[in-house]
Ligand binder design. Sequence first.
Ligand SMILES: [Mg+2]
Length: 208
Amino acid sequence: MVHYLFNSIANAGVMVANNIDRDRSSVLFLDRDGIIIKDVGHISKKSDVELVPGIDQLLQRSRDAGMLTVVVTNQSSLARGIISLTEYIEITNHMIDLLGNSMLDMIIASFYHPAFSQSHCNSSWRKPGSGMFLYALGIFNLEVDKCMMIGDRSTDIIAAEGIGIKNNYLLNTSEYPNEINGVEITSRCHLSPARIVNSLDLVLFDHE
Ligand SMILES: [Mg+2]
């Protein structure tokens, strides 16, 4: 049975599984809303949590590819006072349970928002800043070239590119139809184009 420990950090929170295989040198980074669970705006209760179709198979395939799975999510609803830290942890635990407990190694959340947070500590953790990715780099012995990011907004891709991740996917969702243009423009300016896919089963891992 996997257990998760919650660490409170200024303007952020990190949930860590107790069975992480630290020998793994690559991470599949994932946005939360729109990639793991459906994006329904500011989620305030467990009953709002619904998995995105195909996410469980995707996480299993990343496990088979030898990758760690790390969620990197902006959750300014805490700074906005929409949910409490206790409610955030309940929602996160419910998401973990829906996925079958052992599919995520770490869930990093930035609660920061420039208009609502009282302190600017760790403000770079909010995407498009790369602070959450840098935190993971500090914990694991990662080879950035082997890491991947899946998001549904251009800010997800920019944040991943900030630490040199070149293998990026943008899931085309009905919530953010204009993000494709944003990613195409920003990718042309950065490292390599993000691959745009219409479903999670089109994300490919190295050995596939
Ligand atoms: Mg999203």
